[in-house]
Ligand binder design. Structure first.
Ligand code: S3P
Length: 425
């Protein structure tokens, strides 16, 4: 796909597609409570389709599937049934990891697999803590999917997580919902808390204190949820607004959960104008973010900040390419285990565009310059890399050929429709 530099600033109001993390949880948690769960403004993308298929395969019905609202009807956790085939989670790490925790208590056999990328992503991080709770779960020898779970009775306990991962934390808390006693998770660095907030809204007894989250097993009730816009999807347009002089973008009804806005705080520190307005604090904060262009300066990002902007780090590479001075990202080795090795795919693509950027074991260093070149770049099957490159094309001085743009449908099927619309507003 050939992409051209934008010739005008981005001045617009915009409601991003529903948040991917929250839509996954709304769909997957329908298994836990008997009745109808209503999901408004869901993300409708390939990743979410994997979660929808999964819950349907164990007995949840999708009784309404309109563009802006879905209703899932669950028979309740104890009336779910074993899936009659292998469950394919495609490209979705959130589906396979959260589902491992959910299926831990479901009597019968569950086999979870995924596409080429997912079958290469680390699963020992969920196998090990779930095994410590007595769950019968195994993967391939190197701790990879397919995963096999023989669900049934398992115990509670205290699990200290070695990696900062909301997916792993969620898998353990979800196993806690069907354990025989309480489960406590200890986190090194706080990660997005959508699972905790969602379970609490469904009536779970769940408490967080000083990096420790405890959940007690018990019944839940279904809820109606309006999914906030995805700040990670909006971050592509925010980057464009920060970089294109004269731009101003109002991002409406977006998640302003403190665990998700690290990227916008960094953008502000780099010199863009950023304002936050919280409009709905509960159950999961939603509001408005306004981003206007500014003169950007390089920044250093370390491990404490990484979980709050993990999915936006490729964009930090792009911003650093056009900011004054040096931008450094460290403590981000987790990026190597995403849909692609995002340290490598970010660095290799930006180098193609003539950027001076160096790959580090746990991040990258980039030296800013005043323009980007053109060339042939590759999404490497990774939706977020594809979108970062489309934004690079918009701020470049030469056209760019993007290979593998179809991966973008994983999280943002309307991306190019928005690209066109926002470019002509
Ligand atoms: C997610 C958590 C993050 C993130 C992913 C979605 C979630 O992954 O990268 O896109 O919904 O919990 P990790 O928890 O593995 O860091």
């Amino acid at each position: 796909m050939k992409l051209f530099p934008w010739t005008r600033p981005l001045v617009s109001r915009f409601r991003p597609p529903g948040d991917k993390s929250i839509t996954h949880r709304a769909v997957l948690f329908s298994t836990l409570a008997e009745g109808d769960i209503e999901i408004y403004h869901p993300l409708d993308s390939l990743d979410i389709a994997a979660s929808l298929r999964l819950v349907q395969s164990v007995g949840v019905e999708l009784i309404q599937h309109e563009t802006d609202g879905w209703v899932l009807r669950s028979p309740g956790y104890h009336n779910l049934h074993e899936a009659d085939d292998v469950i394919n989670c495609d490209n979705s790490g959130t589906t396979i990891r959260l589902a491992s925790g959910i299926l831990a208590g479901l009597p019968g056999l569950s086999v979870l697999t995924g596409d080429y990328s997912l079958r290469r992503r680390p699963m020992a991080r969920v196998i090990e803590p779930l095994t410590m709770l007595g769950v019968d779960i195994a993967g391939r020898q190197a701790g990879l999917a397919p995963l096999v779970i023989k669900g049934g009775v398992h115990r509670g306990g205290v699990i200290a997580l070695p990696v900062a991962s909301a997916q792993v934390k969620s898998a353990v808390l979800l196993a806690g919902m069907t354990a025989s006693q309480a489960v406590t998770v200890q986190e090194k660095t706080p990660t997005r808390d959508h699972t905790e907030r969602f379970l609490q809204a469904m009536g779970a007894k769940i408490y967080s204190d000083a990096g420790q989250i405890t959940v007690e097993p018990g019944g839940l009730h279904p809820i109606a949820v309006t999914v906030p816009g995805d700040p990670s999807s909006a971050a592509f347009w925010a980057t464009l607004a920060a970089l294109l002089p004269g731009s101003s973008l109002v991002i409406e009804q977006v998640s302003v959960n403190p665990g998700r806005v690290g990227f916008y705080q960094v953008l502000q520190k780099m010199g863009a104008h950023v304002e936050f307005r919280v409009q709905r604090p509960e159950p999961d904060p939603m509001g408005e973010i306004v981003v206007s262009s500014g003169l950007l300066t390089g920044i250093s990002i370390g491990p404490d900040l990484v979980p709050s902007l993990i999915d936006e780090l490729p964009l930090i590479g792009l911003l650093g390419s056009l900011a004054r001075g040096k931008t450094e990202v460290r403590g981000a080795e987790e990026l190597r285990f995403k849909e692609s090795d995002r340290i490598h795919t970010t660095v290799a693509n930006l180098q193609t565009l003539g950027v001076e950027i160096k790959e580090l074991a746990d991040g990258f260093v980039v030296w800013g310059q005043d323009h980007l070149g053109g060339g042939v770049v590759d999404a490497y099957g990774d939706h977020r890399i594809g979108m970062m490159l489309a934004i690079a094309a918009a701020v470049s001085q030469k056209p760019l050929e993007l290979l593998g743009a179809d991966a973008i449908a994983i999280s943002y099927p309307q991306f190019f429709a928005d690209y066109k619309r926002l470019g002509s507003d």
